[in-house]
Design a protein around this ligand. Structure first.
Ligand code: AMP
Length: 585
């Protein structure tokens, strides 16, 4: 039985000078009373709770009014700074824009744009207006955008000219969509804005600079993120305003945020990390954060840390592995001495990467675990506690995690099983949008079933084992095989498609498709390329298959379900396991 990796534990002083919560008894975390943290929030007059108020207005109305909330560096090297006071004014204006468009409490307003300041302003303006924000990943192709907008019934879309053009053909299919607001940042795009669309800057110019935040309650919905499952289209996990308490607390406990930090979260707001930790955790803690619009390049990233004197850095395993690949010489060219704390989430962080961080950039990465549905960090390696490289750490205060067997009964310490959590934590999702049945199916015997498999060691550290379902994790992005299969079979030559995650040394998994062709089509390299391109245009390069194999027919169960497990076993040359339900040829 092995519960850990062969890498040595990285020891920490009993109480680190940086530990923001030295008095928490981490051996007795389940006893934690969240009320203490709720009391630290500001609340709205009259007892309401609104994420935008906690993240922005409470600081703008106090001594942090002139403190920088956001340092934005654009992809062309532009820089804009926004104080909490600026953020209040801009988000108030945007809330007024939405009000003038008739947006009301509970309406869905989506954003589909790059990491521009306007996206951050829009999201908090949406929250102030009492609406539900739905940020979409800007790399998505038209199909994922349509599925999400259609399902949520979003009334307004805030986007930018190039992305607007990318999805033009799906707009007529979005019956609930009433307005499109275009952000043409610095006139970057030479084409005029479509006359039916609204110009963001024009609307903001007309809007009053004061808005009274809608008195949402802690139970009202605030943000939704779509996440993929094994079957069906992605589901919209909906969060409530009260999630903010856990985002605030874990900003302190798991990311060690302090008053004077310059914090950089590399996640895009299209994914839950980009909102919970790229918006809410730093700003509720009154911390300055860097938003870098540019993409990944090792030298650019180190340069960001050097230039902006980043102290706390939250990133993802694929990025860390790419930095490792770029070589140990690259970080030596930069002054990274500002860094104090580094953390990672989204995929398993291999122990080599944890240790590499310590050696190459002076800080071991603190891995933590959570998912869209949990809304905030659930399990972490803390600043003050020993890091076990390869482990996701221990549950945060107030959270009970468990490992259970197929009957949802606990397994002994050290054994693999389904990773589960005791429901009721503050940032727990409240539903899947219009899919209560799917939501209910995630709860068994008093546990929330995470969909991951894991084990717990004798010290209470959790170790990720895998996914219990067919969901693919590529570079930290969950991809539902069904979504990809649905796109592939729309190609005229494709009869059937089965999609799996193929292990990859950098991205953890890449999307691989097995395709059988309709009669009359020949398996040529050109057709393979054509199908690949077709999927990219519909889905995005991040989601579309990187590899396609032609096969005469897909293995299916007698009930007609594609046996992806078998496709994967065959791909990896592993035993095929139980094939008793396999359809006869
Ligand atoms: P998402 O809902 O898109 O944020 O993805 C959440 C999933 O990513 C989890 O259910 C895990 O499968 C995976 N994941 C997140 N954090 C970790 C981690 N620290 N170690 C291993 N897998 C992780």
């Amino acid at each position: 039985m092995t519960t850990g990796s062969s890498f040595e534990t990285i020891h920490k002083p009993a109480v680190s000078e940086f530990d923001v919560a030295p008095n928490l008894d981490r051996n007795n975390v389940q006893e934690y009373d969240w009320q203490q943290m709720f009391d630290e929030l500001d609340w709205l007059p009259g007892g309401g709770l609104n994420k935008a108020h906690e993240a922005i207005d409470r600081h703008a109305n106090g001594p942090k009014r002139d403190k920088i909330a956001m340092i934005w560096e654009g992809k062309n090297g532009e820089r804009e700074d926004y104080t909490f006071g600026d953020m209040k004014r801009e988000t108030d204006k945007f809330a007024n824009v939405l009000k003038s468009l008739g947006i009301q409490t509970g309406d869905r307003v989506f954003t589909f744009m790059d990491r521009l300041p306007e996206q951050y302003i829009a999201v908090f303006g949406i929250l102030k207006a009492g609406a539900i924000a739905g940020p979409l990943f800007s790399a998505f192709g038209p199909d994922p955008v349509r599925d999400r907008m259609e399902d949520s019934g979003a009334k307004v879309l805030v986007t930018q000219p190039d992305l607007r053009r990318k999805i033009t053909h799906i707009i007529p299919e979005l019956f609930d969509l009433q307005h499109i607001i275009i952000v043409n940042k610095d006139g970057r795009d030479p084409m005029p804005i479509d006359s039916q669309d609204l110009d963001y800057y024009e609307e903001m110019g007309k809007a009053p600079a004061n808005f009274t935040t809608v008195a949402t309650s802690q139970y009202d919905y605030s943000i939704m993120h779509y996440t993929s499952g094994t079957t069906g289209k992605p589901k919209g996990a909906v969060h409530r305003h009260q999630a903010v308490v856990q985002q605030y607390a874990t900003g302190k406990w798991a990311l060690d945020l302090h008053e004077d930090d310059i914090y950089w979260c590399t996640a895009d707001p299209g994914w839950v990390t980009g909102t919970s930790y790229g918006m809410l955790a730093p700003w509720t803690n009154g911390v300055t954060q860097l938003i870098f619009e540019g993409g990944f390049r090792a030298s650019w990233w180190y340069e960001q840390i050097q230039k902006h004197k980043v102290t706390v850095w939250y990133t993802a395993p694929t990025a860390i592995r790419m930095l490792m690949k770029a070589g140990d010489e690259v970080p030596k060219r930069y002054d990274l001495s500002s860094l104090r704390f580094t953390a990672s989430v989204g995929e398993p962080l291999n122990p080599e990467a944890v240790v590499w961080g310590k050696e190459a950039i002076g800080h071991a990465f603190h891995d933590n675990w959570w998912q869209t549905e949990t809304g905030a960090i659930m399990c972490a390696n803390y600043a003050s506690t020993d890091i076990k490289p390869g482990s996701m750490g221990r549950p945060i205060p107030g959270i009970q995690l468990g490992v259970v067997d197929e009957n949802f009964d606990p397994v002994p310490v050290g054994e693999d099983g389904n990773l589960v959590a005791r429901p009721g934590w503050p940032s727990m999702f409240h539903t899947y949008w219009q899919n209560t049945e799917m939501y209910n199916s995630r709860f068994k015997k008093g546990w929330y079933i995470t969909g991951d498999t894991a084990r717990m060691d004798e010290d209470g550290y959790f170790w990720f084992v895998g996914r219990a379902d067919d969901v693919i994790n590529t570079a930290g992005h969950l991809v539902g095989p069904f979504e990809v299969e649905s796109a592939l079979i729309e190609h005229e030559a494709v009869a059937e498609a089965g999609v799996i995650g193929k292990p990859d040394p950098i991205a953890m998994e890449v999307v691989k498709a097995f395709v059988s062709l309709k009669d009359g089509y020949e398996e040529t390299p050109q057709l393979r390329r054509e199908i690949m391109q077709f999927a990219r245009t519909k889905l995005s390069a991040a989601v579309a298959p990187r590899e396609i194999d032609f096969i005469p027919g897909l293995p299916k169960t007698r009930s007609g379900k594609i046996m992806r497990r078998l496709l994967k076993a065959r791909e990896l040359g592993l035993p095929e396991g139980d094939t008793s339900t396999l359809e006869d040829d």
